[in-house]
Design a protein around this ligand. Structure first.
Ligand SMILES: Cc1cc2nc3c(=O)[nH]c(=O)nc-3n(C[C@H](O)[C@H](O)[C@H](O)COP(=O)(O)OP(=O)(O)OC[C@H]3O[C@@H](n4cnc5c(N)ncnc54)[C@H](O)[C@@H]3O)c2cc1C
Length: 477
C-alpha cells in the first residue's frame, strides 16, 4: 500500500480521499484547516433561532453525475430532494406576471421549446431568434467551443442576433446563476458548456435538487462517517503550512507541530492557497504559480429571511425574479424547517445574490432594505411576520470564469513529482460548482491510480449510478 496525503477537506479533497482509499491501493490521510469538512459548502448556526443557515443557497442539478455518485457512495440520498420534471418559474415582481420553463416530450435540445413559446417575458420575435442560437450551440464541436474562450458570451449572443432583453431575461439569468458572473464578463466557451451540457443537454439534466438537511450536517454525518469507516485518517483543525521538497519532488507536508511524509500529496485547496503553498517551495512550480496568479474569484451573498408565520404554500419551491439585479431568485426553504420542530421560525426564504462583487460594499442594512422592498412586491404580507434577516457574504465564492480564463486552469497532473492537484478550478470544463470539484477529485484519484483511459465524463466505477427520475431511494419535491 502506498501513502497519500490530501490537503483540504472540501468536496474535491473528500472525493479524492474516498476514491483512493476505496481502491485498496492507497492509505490516505486527509488534512483540513478548519474545524469541519466541507470547505465552501458550509452552514453557520444562527444563535437567535438555533437554525443552521448555509453560507448561501446551494442547488444541484440532475446533470451533476459525479456529485450524485458521491452522495450515493456516502448513503446520503435522502439529503437531496429532486424535481421530477424540470420546472423553473420566472416572476416579474413589478407586473406580477409569471412564466415557466419546463421540459416536454420533444427531444433535446428542443425539450424546453413548448414552454418557451408560452414564456411571457420574451417577445415572439426574440423566441424565434433563439432557435438559431440553440442550434448553433448544439452543433458546435469542442474545438469550436474552446475557440470562444477569448470572447464574452454577451458579444457572441449579440453577434448571433440576440436582443438585450433576451440576454438579460434568459441567457444572462442562467449564466449568472450557474457561472456566478455576468454574460458581459463570462467566457463564451464556458457559457456554451453550461447550455450544451445543462439546459439543452439531456431532457432531465436541469431538474433542480435542493438539500433537505443543512449542509454541515451532510459533511459531519454522511461524508465523514464514510471516510472514517473505510479507514481514511482525518485531521481536522490542522492547517498545512508548507510542503516538504527533496530533489525536486514533493515528499510531505508540514503542520505547526509535525512533518508528515507520503508517496503522494494531493493539493485540494482553493487556487489562491495552492499558489501560496507552491510559492514557498520549489523552482519547478514557478510556471504553475504564474497561471494561478491569473485566476480570480467572484463573490456571492446569501440572504436568509426568517419569519414567525408560514405564508407560502409548500408546493412553491423557487422563482427567478426578472429584471432584479440584487434579489435575483428566491427559494422556499420550508422543507428543511419541517424537520426542526424546536424552531419558532415557520417560514424561511433564501436569496442567493450571484456575481455579488459589485454589492459587497453595500451594508447589511442596505441589503436588508432591498430584500424587504422586493419581497414585498411578491408577498406584500411578509413584513408582518419577518423576525430577522441574516446576510452572509462570501467574497471568494467561485473561481472566475471570466473571458480567457480557461487557459489558466490546472491539469491534475502538472508534472510536479509527488504532487497532484484537485479543486473546482481544475480544467474539467465545469464552472466553479460542486460537480466541478467532485469531478476534479476523481480526476486526481484516476491520475494517482494511473487509470489512463478514464475520462472525466465517465462515471466512477463501483460507485452507485446517479439517480434518474422516479428513483425511490432519493428525495423528491
Ligand atoms: C456561497 C456559495 C454558494 C455556492 N453555491 C453553489 C451552488 O448552488 N451549486 C454549486 O454547484 N456550487 C456552488 N458553489 C460552489 C461550490 O461550493 C464550490 O465550487 C465547491 O464547494 C468547491 O469545493 P473544493 O473542494 O474545490 O474547494 P473548497 O470547498 O474551498 O475546499 C478546500 C478546503 O481546503 C481547506 N484548506 C485551505 N487551506 C488549507 C491548508 N493550508 N491546510 C489544510 N486545509 C486547507 C479549506 O478550509 C477547505 O475546506 C457555491 C460556493 C459558495 C461559496
Amino acid at each position: 500500500m502506498r501513502n497519500a496525503i490530501v490537503v483540504g477537506g472540501g468536496l474535491a479533497g473528500i472525493t479524492a480521499a474516498l476514491a483512493l482509499q476505496d481502491s485498496g491501493e492507497w492509505n490516505v490521510k486527509l488534512f483540513e484547516a478548519r474545524k469541519h469538512l466541507g470547505g465552501r459548502v458550509s452552514s453557520i448556526r444562527d444563535p437567535d433561532t438555533g437554525l443552521e443557515l448555509d453560507n448561501c443557497q446551494h442547488a444541484c442539478f440532475r446533470v451533476y453525475d459525479h456529485f450524485l455518485q458521491l452522495i450515493g457512495r456516502c448513503s446520503a440520498e435522502k439529503s437531496i430532494k429532486f424535481q421530477q420534471k424540470t420546472m423553473i418559474s420566472f416572476t416579474n415582481p413589478n407586473s406580477g406576471e409569471i412564466g415557466h420553463l419546463y421540459d416536454s416530450n420533444l427531444k433535446p435540445p428542443n425539450h424546453m421549446a413548448k414552454s418557451l413559446l408560452k414564456f411571457p417575458h420574451l417577445k415572439f420575435k426574440e423566441k424565434l431568434s433563439m432557435r438559431k442560437v440553440v442550434k448553433k450551440l448544439s452543433k458546435m464541436t469542442e474545438e469550436e467551443r474552446m475557440d470562444l474562450d477569448d470572447i464574452s458570451f454577451e458579444d457572441w449572443l449579440i453577434s448571433n442576433g440576440q436582443s438585450r432583453n433576451s440576454i438579460e431575461t434568459f441567457w444572462g439569468f442562467f449564466v449568472l446563476a450557474a457561472l456566478n458572473i455576468s454574460a458581459k464578463k463570462a467566457s463564451a466557451a464556458q457559457a456554451a458548456f453550461l447550455f450544451r451540457r445543462g439546459l439543452f443537454g439531456k431532457f432531465d439534466a436541469f431538474d433542480v435538487g435542493g438539500f433537505s438537511h443543512h449542509l454541515s450536517h451532510i459533511f459531519e454525518n454522511d461524508f465523514e462517517t464514510t471516510l472514517k469507516d473505510i479507514g481514511v485518517e482525518i485531521h481536522k483543525s490542522t492547517k498545512i503550512n508548507s510542503l516538504i521538497w527533496e530533489k525536486g519532488s514533493c515528499i510531505g507536508v508540514n503542520t505547526s507541530s509535525n512533518n508528515f511524509n507520503a508517496d503522494l500529496i494531493i493539493m485540494a485547496t482553493p487556487h489562491h492557497i495552492a499558489n501560496k503553498l507552491l510559492k514557498t517551495g520549489n523552482e519547478s512550480t514557478k510556471h504553475i504559480c504564474e497561471k494561478l496568479e491569473m485566476m480570480e474569484y467572484n463573490s456571492l451573498i446569501g440572504i436568509h429571511g426568517l419569519y414567525s408565520k408560514k405564508f407560502i404554500d409548500d408546493d412553491f419551491h423557487f422563482t427567478a425574479l426578472v429584471h432584479e439585479p440584487i434579489i435575483q431568485i428566491v427559494f422556499n426553504r420550508n422543507f428543511e424547517l419541517n424537520e426542526k420542530s424546536n424552531s419558532n421560525i415557520h417560514q424561511w426564504l433564501s436569496v442567493p445574490v450571484s456575481y455579488a462583487d459589485q454589492f459587497l460594499n453595500l451594508s447589511n442594512d442596505d441589503l436588508e432594505e432591498e430584500y424587504k422592498k422586493i419581497i414585498s412586491k411578491v408577498w406584500p404580507e411578509h413584513l408582518n411576520f419577518l423576525e430577522k434577516v441574516v446576510i452572509v457574504k462570501s467574497p471568494k465564492a467561485t473561481f472566475s470564469t471570466k473571458i480567457g480564463s480557461t487557459k489558466y486552469r490546472l491539469e491534475p497532473n502538472e508534472n510536479v513529482p509527488g504532487l497532484i492537484f484537485c479543486g473546482d478550478y481544475i480544467n474539467n470544463n465545469w464552472p466553479s460548482t460542486m460537480e466541478g470539484s467532485v469531478t476534479s477529485g476523481l480526476m486526481a484519484a484516476a491520475s494517482a491510480l494511473e487509470l489512463k483511459d478514464w475520462r472525466n465524463d465517465d462515471l466512477w466505477d463501483n460507485w452507485p449510478e446517479p439517480p434518474r427520475r422516479g428513483d425511490e431511494n432519493w428525495g423528491k419535491f
